[in-house]
Write a protein that binds this ligand. Sequence first.
Ligand SMILES: [Zn+2]
Length: 129
Amino acid sequence: MSLKSKRWLLFFVMHPGPLVLAFAIFPLAVITNSDTLAMLSGGLCCGGLHWLLLGFWPAWLLSRAILVQLCRTLKCPCCGFEFDAVGRWSVGDYTDHAERHILNARNPIDGGRIGHIACPKCDSTILVQ
Ligand SMILES: [Zn+2]
């Protein structure tokens, strides 16, 4: 699975997650007649609705921050070669002076990010963003 797919998956788990959890807990609260579960479901529903309406960009940025911590290596989909996701990356004609995770690499001139890279072993394209 590419980094791009992992980020979208993480986003779609995080963004509607609290609301989905609220709707999953509510039947349990009704079946067990539990006030605690009902209050939890109500709280998650209120918070999840606000998060769903206002949390699009925070969830999107949070998904990148979490993915940076979780994915420390990149794997070529063609040959399976694994290499470090932290390094000195080039974005356009700008080469970074410090080692960064590939998701955090950015061209300070035009704000561009790395969209794809070539596998160091087989030269296949690996999608990043
Ligand atoms: Zn490869």
